[in-house]
Design a protein around this ligand. Sequence first.
Ligand code: SAM
Length: 272
Amino acid sequence: MNRFMYKKHIPVKRFGQNFLKNEIIIKKIVQSMNLNSFDNVIEIGPGLGALTFPICEIVDKITVLEIDENIIFFLLCHQYNKKMNIILTDVMKFDFRYFFSLKKDVLYRLVGNLPYNISVCFFLKMILYNVHIYDMHFMFQKEVAYRLLANPGSKEYGKLSVIAQFFYRITLITPVDKFNFFPKPKINSVFLRFIPYNKKYDDYSIKQNFFALELITRAAFQHRRKLLKSNLSNMFSEKLLLKLDIHSFFRAENVSVYQYSLLVRNFLESHI
Ligand code: SAM
């Protein structure tokens, strides 16, 4: 057998194919999701089924979105093929709006050991569909996971932390060492749970909040070492910042997610 082969498949680097191989970790991940048979699960990048097949043992149906045709063929031949709604697609181009419109009032549970090259972009893309999402469980490379979880004042705290924590309650489920994948990546990973703060928003207000927050955090963190009042001088008066307890010596990293949410509210009130 070719030494680069894994379960008769040659991992494709450009698709970020690092397959989970440790059964103990896989079990821990699947158990952490607390799945029910009736759950509507969508898996991003099922690969050779490391998570998919244990999930199939619990749920009645799972939708899997996969870009690699060889993997699609492998899945179609598997004993669980009747449980899987298998879709050949690039998730970055997949029409989630249409997909979610097919079944009204259904909340989906997303899971994925995301390919590193698209993980952040895909995560940000899904925020706009939060009203259709019950929860998401994703594997991120460690450095990205720590940015998602970071607290104000830390060096990891930045635009991504604020946006993620504004929309989700995030829980660290387990660190996953690089030795648990084939082929072994250069970096360790962390598996996280995201629960959307959906009650606060409808579809339209998610979009408004997302774009306002994007604008504000981009300006705020663009020059990290500068004072926030100068980074945001085109958007907010110093008087307003002080009213929100954002002091004149603050930098972007000193401002809490709650304070950013007050800035978003103020921005939307004065622009709409
Ligand atoms: N879930 C499997 C596991 O844990 O072993 C595979 C994870 S592997 C890190 C990422 C998977 O996502 C691969 O199967 C890869 O082909 C697929 N993938 C990569 N880019 C994709 C994209 N843009 N759209 C859909 N699937 C993609």
